[in-house]
Each structure stands twice: as C-alpha cells, then as structure tokens.
Ligand binder design. Structure first.
Ligand code: NI
Length: 166
C-alpha cells in the first residue's frame, strides 16, 4: 500500500477525482479495510480515505485516541450544525503541512459498514472534523482547498519546496 501525495501527476489525478460508490460488499473489501486501518495507524494518521491509496472508491477509515477504528462506506453527510469548529489539520497526502480549517462543529453521517449494514452516526468535535476531511477526499477535495487563496498558495509553495517538486 502506497500513500498517494499531492504534486505527483498520476497520484494527484486520483486524489482530485470524485470517487465511485462501493457496490460489492465482499471479503476483498473487508481485507482492504483491515489493511487501510493498519496503514493509517502505522502512518500516524487519524483517518485515511481510499483515494489516498490509489483506490477511487467511496470508502474511508477513521480512528484515534481510545476509539476503535471504523470504516465508513459510501458515507453521506446528512446534517450539519450552524456552529463551527477550528482545528489544525494535516493530511498524509500533503505530508508535513498543517493549517487551521473551519468546518461545521457537528454532523450527522449515514454510511455502510464492512458487512454491508447501514448506520448513522452523530459526530462532534474532532471526529466531526476528521470525517469531513476524509469525506472531502472522496470528492477530490483536500484540506488546503478550504484556505483562502493567499494561505493556500503559501502552504503549497512551502510543500513543493520541502518535497523538492518544481
Ligand atoms: Ni487527508
């Protein structure tokens, strides 16, 4: 499993694509979820979306602190709060870069688990932010896209410089 990163043409193309729904709930999917959770933990991430490993399907895993890592398949945000939260975000696909991002504080998400069962979850605080960040990945959106133009330019310049790109 490889981490797809911004600034590498083919990898960026996958990261920028709108992912396709998962249609088959089978053993292959369960195995992949297990691998994604391991990869996320080994990469010190709090979430990982399938496009980040080059799989353009609507699938993500999250896990941090004492929460049991879990998968969200074909997730949809069905409710968002008016009040917002600001968290310093980073992304395994834009390694080393961090910026404050404002997002709704609470969300309700509907998704399917690896056994093909639908569920809804109300998320608050960090979980709400992580889920929104990961669901963004399924729509080809990265956290830097939430910054104003000036800050986005700044962080991308710094990123490309650190990565030795361009
Ligand atoms: Ni990310």
């Amino acid at each position: 499993m490889d981490m797809y990163k911004l600034g590498f043409k083919e990898e960026e193309a996958v990261l920028r694509k709108v992912a396709e729904p998962v249609t088959e709930f089978n053993q292959q999917l369960k195995d992949q979820i297990k691998e994604m959770i391991e990869f996320m933990i080994n990469s010190n991430g709090v979430g990982l979306a399938a496009p980040q490993i080059g799989d353009s399907r609507r699938l993500l895993v999250v896990g941090f602190d004492d929460m049991k890592p879990m998968a969200f398949i074909n997730p949809e945000i069905i409710e968002t709060s008016m009040d917002e939260n600001v968290y310093e975000e980073g992304c395994l696909s834009v390694p080393g870069m961090y910026a404050k991002v404002t997002r709704p504080k609470r969300i309700k998400v509907q998704a399917w688990n690896e056994r093909g069962r639908p569920f809804t979850i109300e998320a608050d605080g960090m979980l709400a932010t992580v889920l929104q960040h990961e669901i963004d990945h399924l729509n080809g959106v990265l956290f830097v896209d939430h910054l104003n133009e000036r800050n986005k330019d700044k962080i991308l310049k710094k990123y490309f410089k650190t990565m030795g790109i361009q």
